[in-house]
Design a protein. Structure first.
Length: 413
């Protein structure tokens, strides 16, 4: 029986997607779980798996084509099955109908489970990474770079066991730091926007139009935090960054002031079900802000592990749908670029964003004397529809105090 395959909703907020890569051609045999398309959403580029076994009878889309969720992508069928052209034309017109001279056409949803194991087949083409969803999740947890892993599953797909072996042999290598997408340009030239830049532009414009913000800035004395981080990184295999401490402090603050996780919903404010914190990351094509989940339940070292894996997935374009959904707040740190202070733009769907500046040696008064302390500026941009100035100020002050008192941190093992 012929099967119509439609664009699935690959994320909770996904409304449309753009086909950026087609990995099949007419006549190919595919198995349930094989990666058949790469789809770019408003948050990430994601792999779409075949929802069923079959032979590719007709591909209804082209690379760079944008479709709404539910639109037809292709038709699968039996090897020798003939699918009437009238039916194919009806799918292209967006009005699928079953012709009288054909067997009923089945509509199939994306595969929800990993396909059964099969004998090893030739590896995927160079540069392509095909991995099961569970293998991707495990790779993120273990910090394994999938581009360094040889898959032993069907069509070279990377399995959980492949990831475990790679982690055990410590063969995975982290990707190199991402260059700026806008750094290498010349005066007088016209610079076209890539997809990610277009999406970012649309989101930022939406934020400025729909989110009435106010801004709060404080200085945090992080002298003790600098010393703690230095000590930890000298004695531990897990290297922690200032962001890891900041994210933990922010999560603790959200626990104390849960209104800061809210979103306006009609005449109510809906609070988040979990404390998830976004981290702004520079990638070759622009900027992304994937999400660290349930941060309040993790110690600093676990946050460091998760953040490292998240950065690697972001910079190698391997973010999963769950990596880009459910954020309450985003942390954006420009301190490494020598920036003292900046006002970040709230990500639509979140209540606030925290901008972090560089740590500077600063002379401060101390009982009539002058001493040098390490200070760091933090600016909080807040959606005034959700939180008022008083509660946001209390939240930011609480985060500042946590960063100044290092005894509050559960560092972990």
């Amino acid at each position: 029986m012929a099967k119509e395959v439609r664009l699935p909703q690959l994320g909770q907020t996904m409304e449309e997607g753009t086909v950026v890569n087609c990995l099949i051609k007419a006549g190919d045999e595919v198995k349930k779980g094989d990666v058949i398309f790469e789809i770019e959403t408003d948050k990430a580029t994601l792999e779409m798996e075949s929802p069923a076994d079959g032979f590719v009878k007709h591909i209804l889309v082209e690379v760079d084509q944008t479709l709404a969720v539910g639109e037809s992508l292709l038709v699968l069928g039996d090897k020798d099955e003939e699918v009437p052209q009238s039916f194919i034309d009806s799918l292209k017109d967006g009005a699928p109908a079953v012709p009288s001279d054909a067997a009923p056409v089945e509509q199939v949803a994306p595969a929800a489970t990993q396909p059964a194991a099969a004998p090893p087949q030739p590896a995927a083409p160079a540069g392509r990474v095909i991995a099961s969803p569970r293998a991707k999740k495990l790779a993120g947890e273990l910090g394994v770079d999938l581009t360094a892993v040889t898959g032993t599953g069907p069509a070279g797909k990377i399995t959980e066991q492949d990831v475990k072996q790679a982690a055990a042999s410590k063969s995975a290598k982290p990707p190199a730091p991402a260059p700026s997408a806008q750094a290498d340009v010349k005066l007088g030239s016209t610079v076209p926007l890539n997809r990610l830049q277009k999406i970012t532009a649309e989101k930022m414009l939406k934020s400025k139009r729909e989110i009435p913000c106010f801004y709060l800035t404080v200085k945090a004395d992080v002298t003790g935090l600098v010393g703690l981080r230095t000590e930890l990184n000298q004695t531990s295999d897990v290297k922690v960054s200032y962001n890891d401490f900041i994210i933990k402090a922010v999560a603790t603050g959200l626990q104390k002031y849960p209104i800061m996780t809210g979103q306006l919903a009609g005449e109510s404010i809906k609070l988040a079900e979990a404390i998830n914190v976004g981290l702004a990351i520079s990638v070759p094509d622009g900027l992304v802000a994937p999400i660290l989940k349930n941060v309040n339940k993790k110690d600093v070292k676990q946050i460091a592990r998760d953040a490292k894996a998240l950065v690697e997935r972001a910079r190698s374009n391997k973010l999963a749908p769950t990596d880009v959904e459910g954020g309450c707040i985003t942390v954006s740190n420009l301190g490494a670029f020598g920036i003292d202070n900046f006002i970040p733009i709230v990500v639509p769907g979140q209540c606030s964003i925290l901008g972090i500046g560089q740590i500077t040696d600063t002379c401060v008064p101390d009982n009539g004397n002058i001493i040098v302390r390490k200070l760091m500026n933090m600016t909080l941009s807040v959606d005034h529809k959700v939180a008022n100035g008083a509660v946001a100020a209390q939240f930011l002050d609480f985060v500042r105090k946590l960063l100044e008192d290092t005894s509050t941190f559960n560092v972990g093992n």
